[in-house]
Design a protein around this ligand. Structure first.
Ligand code: GUN
Length: 291
């Protein structure tokens, strides 16, 4: 089988187009627009790129974007004060504090200080708890939400009953991805660095989600014929003799594409959907706050 390539860029554009229409309808009928605040502490180059893209796409969807760039020397108390002021600000419907934070700041404490109703990352324990309870009102982390939207497109007949293997157990991707797939009635296995015979386990997967952060770890012969493969990895690899680093996923793309029914590329797969889902969560949160 030669896989079809899942176009995350196009899917993200389609979602952003729908959101822009919804935002202009809200503005016309109710005279307000959703607002998203993004907080960046420090100068991590990858985080700076993400934050810039988030701000640009928020504005393009007709929403208000509030950027707070703080120096790496910001104290935990100063950051908590900012989060608390954003919680009180009615123009701010969504709050995202870019991770990772500098080591002297307790990231979990910061996450727990965000008003759960404005937690568009879905990282607050109120939201992770709601997701694991199967509560459909949970704000769901953006990357796994984007993965689920792309998966649904691949299975018009539904995904209930399929075997799903999620490789990686992070709070940001692996665990919420597993919860979403359980809620969809998949049979879900979460694999990690201690899993025995990972290749054999992956070969049982109708849906294989790789989110480990290891370049091209998932090989072609780990993929079941006809599986759908979602590659969450974004790894920068420096090839010998080449000046520019290359972006690769957690899946050996060319090998896996020979066996899969469909596969997401890196770049241009999961990445664009993540930001589009952040905008979606912000619109959802804003509508609830205005009820
Ligand atoms: N850093 C990498 N991914 C994410 C994300 O989804 N949310 C936040 N807040 N920080 C991140």
């Amino acid at each position: 089988m030669s896989a079809s390539i899942i176009d995350g860029k196009a899917a993200a554009q389609a979602l952003r187009d729908r959101l822009a229409i919804e935002v202009s309808r809200i503005d016309a009928e109710h005279s307000w627009v959703p607002g998203l605040a993004v907080v960046l502490v420090g100068e991590d180059p990858a985080s700076q790129v993400y934050v810039r893209n988030k701000g640009k796409q928020t504005a393009e969807a007709g929403m208000r974007s509030f950027e707070h760039k703080l120096p790496a020397s910001t104290s935990e108390r100063e950051l908590l004060d900012l989060v608390e002021s954003l919680n009180r600000d009615d123009a701010v419907n969504g709050i995202l504090v870019q991770l990772p934070l500098p080591e002297h700041i307790d990231a979990q404490l910061v996450i727990e200080t965000i008003d759960p109703a404005k937690d568009v990352d879905g990282f607050h324990p109120m939201n992770t708890g709601a997701l694991s309870n199967g509560d459909p009102t949970a704000l769901v982390p953006c990357t796994p939400l984007g993965c689920l939207m792309m998966l649904r497109e691949q299975f018009p007949e539904g995904i209930a009953g399929l075997n799903a293997v999620v490789v990686g157990r992070s709070n940001i991707v692996g665990k919420p991805m597993a919860q979403l797939l359980i809620a969809e009635s998949c049979t879900v296995t979460v694999a990690h660095s201690k899993t025995r015979d990972l290749p054999a386990l992956c070969r049982t997967a109708d849906i294989l989600v790789a989110a480990v952060g290891r370049p091209e770890m998932v090989r072609g012969d780990w993929v079941k014929e006809g599986a759908v493969v979602i590659d969450v990895g974004i790894n920068r690899v420096q090839l010998e003799g080449q000046e520019k680093a290359r972006l690769v996923g957690d899946v050996a793309f060319a090998e896996a594409a020979e066996r899969a029914k469909a596969i997401t590329p890196v770049p241009g797969g999961v990445g664009p959907m993540t930001i589009a889902c952040l905008l979606r969560n912000t619109v959802v949160a804003a509508c609830r706050q205005h009820r």
